[in-house]
Design a binder for this molecule. Structure first.
Ligand code: B12
Ligand code: SF4
Length: 494
């Protein structure tokens, strides 16, 4: 899980097949402290979203290097290779681009890193796609056909999101993911935290929503019991989330999503989420220190109120995967132990940690650069598992050690046990989920390599779904047995 497949420079160039496009999600190395399972939970929508706009006379294929299937396809060679680029795997994306271009393919680079660092990406591509791929891809292919490819294509995110086609999930290798149903209902976020990629200079992403009925239709059409919303913040517009829940409820499926904790301002809404099948939420708490939240410009309830809000979610049978950022300017060396204790005290089923990372072209990056605190620009280490800047109250090494310690502690047998649900009926599934997620990286490597991820996981997910249907019936009827027994084998979101 740490080495990309070898790209043989000696391999001779075969014939290029016209009207054949290959879309690649490049390899990135996995943090061994965290769970490998999350990488095969659900695929990114970066490629499938615009694959749906490929004209019918083009053949389009998908290749995800993280599924450990060896080197990417080359027989026949595609006419066009589309690669999505994030800063952590930019080097790999460039190596792939070089390899395919040397063999006569046209390479198109798109994605977040292309938007924030176009000059860096340009030498590796025949064309850069800056912005919404759904708008750009058909234009690019038309220009390839006309022999008229330009070096740069530009699109905003201001279009009516409801007009986008459903992602083309049929190109995904189904057996390699827990669920192929990655869903996205909204674009943008009502917040603009200084460290978030949404604050990237030049990126304008106004809040946009798709029709709840469109989302329900997509969910039903993919035939999976479980869906994962990859929205930045599904709770940004509460009226919309309520309408979405009403559309999802009749499907009798389960799902998880990222929301900001202020969604708990409205107890009725959380209940609606549970009744619509929400089993888990991924919540960016970021920090337990209000001064850090204020400096990051995150509009958030006070940290002292987080515990009560977590209880509200638990009471509706919704698991909480808490995400925390370490290394803010008000963090001292006690931040690690304090955060770990809080996670345990409040029995968060899962927690995800990130070392504060200044993404290029964000306000945080500019601030760190101006203060001379950036240590290097080796993007591969801008993966939130490495300290790439000088923290205020500790050394970079102490920050990295503290981060590793957090995972060791929270993934330990003792910590898993301490956080077991209060209701004994939920303890078994909770332990199953915890051990699968937190202590089975050896197993994940094996399952991914054998293409058994879906086969092994799906029956467990189906049991979780049925369990949740019973839980929902109890919740709806206001019965006590509706409480606390919803825990299953899927954690809260990516
Ligand atoms: C699903 C997801 C994952 C999945 C899958 C990741 C993968 N690469 O396969 C998992 C759980 C494994 C994951 C892991 C991580 N992730 Co992640 N993830 C996401 C998430 C929630 C959704 C991605 C998605 O589907 N977006 C929707 C698509 C439609 O948008 P898009 O990718 O921008 O694509 C559009 C355009 O950019 C363009 N486009 C993109 N590529 C291309 C290519 C071509 C050729 C063209 C024409 C157009 C084009 O067209 C698309 C349609 O408009 C995003 C947040 C978000 N909502 O985007 C975070 C996000 C991408 N992840 C992030 C991070 C930090 C990570 C981790 C490092 C976190 C960690 N410590 O574990 C890891 C490491 C993975 C890695 N190195 O990439 C950050 C990246 C920040 C940055 N500036 O790079 C994001 C933005 C979250 C955040 N708010 O900070 N992640
Ligand atoms: S709440 Fe989350 S998605 Fe929204 S701007 Fe802040 S970090 Fe980004």
């Amino acid at each position: 899980m740490s080495r990309a497949p070898f790209l043989d420079p000696e391999l001779p160039a075969g014939p290029v097949r016209p009207r054949y496009a290959l879309l690649i999600n490049p390899f990135y190395s996995k943090d061994p402290h965290a769970s490998f399972g999350k990488h095969v939970l659900t695929p990114s929508l970066a490629l499938t979203s615009f694959a749906a706009t490929t004209p019918a006379h083009w053949r389009v294929e998908y290749w995800d290097e993280n599924l450990l299937d060896g080197r990417p396809p080359f027989e026949p060679l595609p006419e066009v290779v589309g690669i999505t680029v994030h800063l952590t795997f930019a080097e790999r994306a460039f190596a792939l681009a070089r390899w395919y271009r040397q063999r006569g393919c046209k390479v198109i680079l798109g994605g977040l890193h292309v938007l924030s660092c176009p000059e860096e990406c340009a030498p590796f591509a025949d064309a850069l796609a800056l912005g919404d791929g759904v708008r750009l891809w058909p234009r690019i292919l038309a220009d390839v056909e006309a022999g008229n490819l330009r070096s740069q294509y530009l699109a905003t995110y201001e279009s009516d999101y409801r007009e986008d086609p459903a992602p083309r999930r049929s190109i995904l290798p189904r057996r390699s993911f827990l669920t192929t149903t990655s869903l996205i209902a909204t674009r943008g976020c009502h917040n603009r935290c200084g460290f978030c990629y949404l604050a990237t200079e030049g990126l304008r992403m106004p809040y946009r929503m798709r029709d709840p009925a469109q989302i329900a239709e997509e969910f039903a059409a993919d035939g999976q019991p479980y869906g994962v919303f990859v929205d930045n913040n599904l709770g940004s517009n509460r009226a919309y989330l309520r309408a979405l829940c009403q559309a999802l409820r009749p499907l009798e499926k389960i799902w998880s999503a990222a929301v900001s904790i202020d969604v708990t301002d409205d107890l009725g809404l959380i209940r609606e989420m549970a009744l619509a099948g929400c089993t888990g939420v991924f919540v960016g708490f970021e920090s337990l220190t209000d001064a850090n939240l204020a400096e990051a410009r995150k509009k958030s309830p006070k940290a002292e109120d987080y515990a009560r809000r977590v209880r509200m979610l638990h009471d509706c049978g919704i698991q909480v995967n808490g995400s925390f950022v370490l290394g803010f300017d008000h963090d001292r060396k006690d931040v690690f132990a304090r955060t770990a204790e809080w996670v345990e005290e409040n029995r968060l089923e899962c927690s995800t940690f990130h070392i504060l990372t200044p993404y290029p072209a964000t306000p945080l990056f500019r601030q760190m650069e101006a203060e001379g605190r950036l240590l290097h620009r080796d993007w591969a280490r801008y993966d939130t598992a490495h300290a790439v800047f000088r923290p205020k109250h500790m050394t970079p090494e102490e920050l990295e050690r503290g981060y590793a310690w957090m995972y060791e502690r929270l993934f330990s047998h003792a910590s898993i046990w301490r956080r077991r649900p209060a209701d004994w009926r939920a303890v078994g599934p909770y332990l199953g989920m915890s051990y699968l997620y937190k202590r089975s990286n050896w197993l994940w490597r094996f399952l991914i390599g054998q293409h058994w991820v879906h086969g092994v996981w799906r029956p467990l997910v189906e049991v979780t779904r049925r369990r949740h249907l019973r839980f929902r019936a109890g919740l709806e009827a206001g019965r006590a047995e509706g409480r606390g027994v919803a825990v299953g084998v899927v954690s809260g979101g990516v």
